[in-house]
Structures are given as structure tokens and as C-alpha cells.
Design a protein around this ligand. Structure first.
Ligand code: SAH
Ligand code: F3S
Length: 458
């Protein structure tokens, strides 16, 4: 269903708050595009918004706690606006909505609309339904139609980061790691057709986007139908994206180690646009814990996989995710995780305390790890990871990197860009280089950034 723009263009204000992963950020951007033809323009200030959407995350406990405290504040604002005769529509989307929609309706009855990540294309209908006074509108079934068939063309993000675009190519997960809610909130694995993705990339590239990140919960298990009617792998898709004029850099997140196929590993050595930086979550270095997590890889499988990737692309750097304090994790298990971190040498990594998610098998395990032990292990692991990240950044000094400049820095004449390894690079450079890729010599590496030499001397 197509909606015509109202005569007065943007007459309503929309505020979207995004929690969680890059896929949620992508979904939020698509919601804004979907609502623009209905007259909704974005605002940073939830207080002045006619429609507030919270795009939620359910992956760890803290994410949903934050949501309910934000909801309390928004409820007060909503009441204050109502007293002035300015109604505010409050919508909760994303994975908490999907997982706890019914409970949320009881716990926060002032929420007008609750919808899951696979239903946000129905927002226009939900808004109309709500305007008819239908009570809380709940859309948490997994719809038969794909939201991607119903969304308008993707736009490059204005402002900073306008030259790096995200495209969801695959959603959902059938792996059922025993700690994880994603298979329940995002549903079964589903890949978009390659043609639809390539059209979206072409459109972004024509708007000046130089770097494309292909997104998926299990992106390396991409199996969309290709223009030739056959199933395409992620490697095949990456080759086609690399052929699109204007696309200079390609990344993909997040990958499941057991799904790293030979052709994808080979692609790392063969496609120059594919950046030499891979986020490959391992979760633990203990085979006992990995088995309890149902991860389908052992620690040595991961080590061997990294060896093969580095053989294909010697300058490849790795990032990962870790969970500490999984039920039953012993000191020896945790030592195995640290050993794996030392063996691989990561450029960066995320580490999390295990968070028992309702409805997941691991939440029902008897030997939950005490909070104090989790905190201790998290601190120890983070210390190790920060040291590796710093060492990696320091080793970049003296090298010359192609840097995609994204925004102006705080100092006059300074631009900030990204290296192939996602490091922020600060360098004196002319504004004309915004949105461009330039070869920059790195002078120094710090914990979270690199300092680049001035273009004049580079
Ligand atoms: N599909 C990806 C990422 C899923 S969620 C993958 O295959 O890994 C992102 C990260 O959140 C995970 O890699 C994991 O480290 C973390 N995570 C997921 N569930 C968690 C939980 N219950 N407690 C703590 N961390 C969790
Ligand atoms: Fe979650 Fe494991 Fe899938 S971490 S997203 S169930 S691969």
C-alpha cells in the first residue's frame, strides 16, 4: 500500500530511540522513511514529538530495564502534553515488544502501539487503527509477507556517517544458542532476494555512499535467491556488490563461525573491496562451555578457522564477542577463554556478563554463576582485550591506510574517518575530502583511535 505525501509535507514530529544492535538502527532508519510520506519529520527531542517510537533490544537484562525506566519518563511527558491538548502517541517496537508484548500491554497500558521487528512495515495501518480508538494496537505475530517488499527506497543517512550505509540482507536465526533470545524475537532465518539488495546498494551508492555493511544475525549463512534463480551465497552476493560503481568498501556482520564456508574465506583474499576486518563471535574458549551453549564449534575449530582466514588475507584483523559467567563456567573454563584471546590476538572485542533470558534453555540451568564472579571475570577479560586493542592500534603507527572521511573533527582543519579496521582516524585534511577515501599515514595509535599525518606531508 502506497501513501501519498500530505499537501503540507512534514507536519508531524517523530522521535525514534534505538536500543541495541546495528540491525535495530537499520530498522529505525527504515521506519523514518516509511513515515515521512505520512507527514512525519524527525526530531531529536522526544518532548516535542507527536509520535515516539522506542525500538527495543532484548539481548541482555539491562537493555529491557532501561526501556521501562524510559517508558516511565515518557508517560509523564505524555500526560503533560495531553493537559495542553497535544496528544503524544507512544509506540514500542523491536525485540522486547516481540518477546513481552502481552505483559507490556498490562504493565504499561499507556503505550499505544506494540509491534515486533518483523511488523514495522505495518506502522501506517497501526497509526490509523490507533486513531480510530482501537485500544493498544498489538502486532507481534510473524507476518506472512516480508516487510522488505513493503518499504520505500532506502536513503543514505544525512550528516555524519552519510558515506557508510547498512543493508539488511538476512534476518533471524535458527541456531538456538542456549543463552540467546534472537531466534525467538527475530524469528526463523530469512534471506532477502539478491536483486532487492543490489537495487538498495545501487541506490545508496548513487547517493554518495562508499562503504556498504551487509547486516544479518547470521549473515554468512545468507541464501537469498539470485537474479539467475539460484540460491546465492554471501560470497556470491559480495562479489556482485563489489561490482557496483561507487562501492569502495564492503563489510558484513555478524557471522557464525560454523557457517564460514570455503568460498567466503577465499573471497577475503580475492575481493579488494572486502575490508580486512572480521567480527566473528566465539563466545568462549572452553569446549565444555561451548557445548553447553550449543555453539557447534570447539575452541580449536575457531583457531583453525582464523588460521585459514589469515592465510587467505594476511592483513586480516579480528573482532569477537565473549560471554563470561555462563552457567557452570569454572575457573578452568574461564582460563581457557583467556588462553584463546591470547592465541588469536584481537583488534577489538565485546564482552558481556551472561544474562539469563526468560524462555532460553540456559536460564533454567541449575548452576548459575554468582554475580560477583561474573563481575570479576568481566573485568579481567576486558583488561586483556583493551591491552590487545591498544597494542593493535599502536602497531598501526607508520603504516598508510585508506581512510574514509566521515565528519569534521573538533579541531579546526581536522577530519575524522575510518580505517579499514574501523578505527577512528583523526587527521588534518581539507573539507573537500569528506565522503572520500584518502591514503593517510598513521603517526600514532591510542586506545580508541589513530592520529594521521597531514595530507600536505603524507
Ligand atoms: N548472531 C550473532 C550475535 C547475536 S547477539 C552471533 O552469532 O553471535 C550479540 C552478542 O550478544 C552475542 O554474540 C553474545 O556475545 C551476546 N549475548 C547474546 N545473548 C546473551 C546473553 N543472554 N547474555 C549475555 N550476552 C549475550
Ligand atoms: Fe543468538 Fe547464537 Fe543465533 S548467539 S543470534 S542464537 S547464532
Amino acid at each position: 500500500m502506497r501513501h501519498k505525501p500530505p499537501a503540507g509535507a512534514l507536519t508531524q514530529k517523530l522521535h525514534i530511540k534505538t536500543y541495541g544492535c546495528q540491525m535495530n538502527a537499520y530498522d529505525s532508519a527504515r521506519m523514518a522513511e516509511l513515515l515521512a510520506p505520512l507527514g512525519y519529520g524527525l526530531t531529536e527531542d522526544p518532548g516535542e514529538a507527536d509520535l515516539v517510537i522506542l525500538n527495543t533490544c532484548h539481548i541482555r537484562e539491562k537493555a529491557s530495564e532501561k526501556l521501562y525506566s524510559d517508558l516511565g519518563r515518557l508517560h509523564a511527558r505524555k500526560r503533560a502534553r495531553a493537559a495542553l491538548g497535544q496528544p503524544m502517541t507512544l509506540a514500542v517496537g523491536g525485540c522486547v515488544a516481540q518477546a513481552e508484548g502481552d505483559e507490556m500491554r498490562r504493565r504499561a497500558p499507556f503505550v499505544d502501539m506494540i509491534f515486533g521487528p518483523q511488523s514495522f512495515h505495518r506502522l501506517p495501518e497501526m497509526i490509523a487503527k490507533r486513531a480510530r480508538g482501537a485500544g493498544t494496537v498489538l502486532e507481534t505475530d510473524f507476518p506472512a509477507e516480508s516487510k522488505f517488499d513493503r518499504l520505500p527506497e532506502a536513503r543514505a543517512r544525512p550528516g555524519a556517517g552519510a558515506h557508510a550505509g547498512f543493508v539488511t540482507v538476512q534476518e533471524g536465526c535458527d541456531k538456538f544458542c542456549t543463552f540467546c533470545v534472537v531466534p525467538y524475537t527475530r524469528g526463523a532465518e530469512h534471506s532477502r532476494a539478491a536483486n532487492q539488495i543490489l537495487a538498495e546498494v545501487r541506490s545508496l551508492a548513487s547517493q554518495g555512499v562508499r562503504e556498504i555493511t551487509l547486516l544479518g544475525q547470521n549473515v554468512n549463512n545468507y541464501r537469498g535467491v539470485g537474479p539467475d534463480g539460484r540460491g546465492w551465497t554471501l560470497a556470491r552476493l559480495i562479489r556482485a556488490v563489489a561490482d557496483i560503481a561507487g562501492v569502495a568498501r564492503i563489510r558484513y556482520v555478524t557471522s557464525y563461525p560454523a557457517d564460514m564456508t570455503d568460498d567466503l574465506i577465499a573471497a577475503h583474499g580475492e575481493i579488494p573491496a572486502l575490508m580486512p576486518f572480521l567480527h566473528l563471535p566465539v563466545q568462549s574458549g572452553s569446549d565444555r562451555v561451548l557445548a553447553a551453549m550449543s555453539r557447534r564449534h570447539r575452541a580449536d575449530d575457531y583457531r583453525r578457522l582464523v588460521d585459514r582466514l589469515r592465510a587467505a588475507r594476511p592483513d586480516l584483523a579480528l573482532a569477537s564477542d565473549f560471554i563470561v559467567g555462563f552457567p557452570g563456567e569454572s575457573d578452568a573454563d574461564f582460563a581457557a577463554t583467556r588462553a584463546l584471546v591470547r592465541d588469536i590476538g584481537f583488534a577489538s572485542a565485546y564482552s558481556f556478563k551472561y544474562s539469563a533470558r526468560p524462555g532460553t534453555p540456559a536460564a533454567a540451568l541449575p548452576d548459575q554463576t554468582p554475580e560477583a564472579v561474573k563481575s570479576e571475570r568481566l573485568a579481567a577479560l576486558q583488561q586483556l582485550i583493551v591491552a590487545q586493542q591498544r597494542a593493535f592500534n599502536e602497531r598501526c603507527a607508520g603504516r598508510t591506510f585508506p581512510v574514509l572521511f566521515e565528519r569534521e573533527g573538533k579541531r579546526p582543519g581536522q577530519l575524522v574517518g575510518r580505517s579499514p579496521y574501523m578505527q577512528a582516524v583523526y587527521a588534518p585534511a581539507p573539507k573537500s575530502l569528506l565522503g572520500q577515501i584518502a591514503e593517510i599515514r598513521i603517526m600514532a595509535g591510542y586506545d580508541n583511535s589513530l592520529a594521521g599525518e597531514s595530507m600536505a606531508t603524507a
